[in-house]
Design a binder for this molecule. Structure first.
Ligand code: FES
Ligand SMILES: [Fe+2]
Length: 444
């Protein structure tokens, strides 16, 4: 099968199905421009896409810009505190309205070209020299005179999403079992809420978005890819334990990456419909230090002992909202992908503060953010290098297929959920591609 014949338009459903076999996929799903264009149309510009957290726009007039598929969008807080998601485009001649990533636009959005102004819900407010339109078919009542809005906007526990499609599942349905990502994050706050820390690392990865999504639940790679970092951190951790009887938790955050293959095989993945998934916990995050005890006492006061135990002992490390979100709820981390091209993906890397929790607990989140997820860390950098090299390999003529055979036939399926019996099973990728075919053929 040649890439050329696979990419020749139009791409029909049979064509798409032929690219994904139960245990392998054709390399063109990572490299082909026509397939990427179709992904934008059939997936990213239809599904619920994460816009941001409501704490990013706390006051009326606050805005935050982002891409949904290829569409430039802006999330704005209105005077009545409602949040709108609008196309960041002036209806006059198309000029971008909010030129900055974030800010406050006051009581209206004003175009920098000819000063048309808009209410915070996107409706036209004023047109300079409006009499110039007398006798033309442009009128203020015409919706074309106002900024276009995302078809649907909704939020789940403060996390704001928008869909550019008027039809489709509700946000709750779309998130399905992956809602636990947001519940788990918020339940860890004594007041049940988080706030975004207004620092976002943005990384361009020179690879297809699927590399990231597959990697997040790939338990086979950490002890290889992150071995040098994990082993080095582990050595110092052991020295400190020997000397002082304990070591700061951040050494553990890094040393765990170098755990044995056997340990990784013990960590189960859960793979849900729509491609969402969970990698269960593999890291001890409940040390017995005074900070942790004080925090747990706060949670117990807020929710009672039973609930506190339930919230803190959920077995979660990563939750994936397919195809673009990775949430590490126990550490309040969220990474959001904005695909740009077959071989180019923007990732936004966020972390959150548990409202009402002691500062020492926030610092753990910050450590993890800086030590594991930030572009400055050796963990993220080593992953990025693998994905770039993966992209080059798949763009080559060195082979046509990508293998997802590992653990095939050994997983357990119940009520549409696939449970891996070995952590390193490639059930994750098989499940993601099942959803991919459904999206691309219009079945989802
Ligand atoms: S393009 Fe915006 S006012 Fe003319
Ligand atoms: Fe990794």
């Amino acid at each position: 099968m040649s890439t050329q014949s696979l990419s020749a338009p139009p791409i029909g459903a049979d064509h798409i199905r032929a690219l994904v076999e139960p245990d392998r996929v054709h390399r063109s799903v990572y490299t082909d421009q026509a397939l990427f264009d179709l992904e934008v149309e059939r997936i990213f510009e239809r599904i619920w896409v994460y816009c941001g957290h409501e704490s990013q726009v706390p006051k009326p007039g606050d805005f935050y810009t982002m891409q949904i598929g290829r569409q430039p969008m802006v999330m704005v807080r209105d005077k009545d505190m409602q949040i709108h998601v609008l196309y960041n485009r002036c209806p006059h001649r198309g000029v971008e309205l909010c030129g900055a990533t974030k800010g406050n636009t006051g009581s209206s959005l004003v175009c920098s070209y000819h000063a048309w102004s808009f209410h915070l819900d996107g409706k036209i407010k004023a047109i300079p020299l409006a009499s110039g339109y007398d006798g033309t078919r442009l009128s203020r009542d015409n919706p074309d005179c106002s900024m276009k809005r995302a078809e649907r906007v909704d939020a789940y526990r403060g996390f704001v999403f928008a869909s550019l499609s008027p039809t489709g599942p509700s946000l709750r349905e779309f998130l399905g079992e992956a809602r636990i990502a947001f519940d788990d994050m918020c339940d860890r706050s004594p007041v049940g809420e988080v706030e975004a820390v207004p620092v976002c690392h943005r990384v361009i990865q020179h690879s297809n978005w699927k590399f990231f999504m597959e990697n997040q639940l790939d338990a086979l790679h950490p002890s290889v890819t992150h071995q040098s970092t994990g082993v080095a951190a582990g050595r110092i951790e052991q020295q400190l334990v020997k000397k002082h009887g304990k070591a700061p938790l951040y050494y553990h955050m890094l040393s765990t990456f170098a755990s044995s293959f056997e340990m990784w095989d013990e960590v189960q993945t859960l793979n849900f419909p729509r491609g969402h998934g969970i990698l269960k916990a593999y890291m001890g995050l409940r040390p017995q230090d005074p900070d942790t005890k004080a925090y747990e006492a706060l949670l117990e006061k807020a929710y009672g002992k039973e609930k506190m135990e339930e919230y803190l002992s959920r077995s979660i490390h990563h939750v994936l909202v397919y195809p673009y979100l990775s949430v590490q709820s126990p550490l309040q981390q969220l990474r959001c992908l904005r695909p740009i091209a077959p071989n180019k993906t923007l990732s936004e890397i966020w972390h959150f503060r548990l409202k009402g929790a002691p500062d020492a607990i926030y610092k753990r989140s910050l450590w993890y953010y800086n030590l594991v997820n930030s572009p400055a860390t050796m963990i993220n950098a080593d992953d990025l290098e693998n994905w770039s090299k993966g992209q080059w390999g798949l763009e080559s003529k060195g082979g046509e297929w990508v293998s997802f055979h590992r653990g095939m036939g050994t997983d357990t399926e119940e009520n549409g959920v696939t449970y891996s019996n070995k952590g390193t099973s490639e059930a994750v990728m098989r499940s993601q591609f099942k959803a991919w075919v459904q999206y691309m053929t219009g079945a989802l």
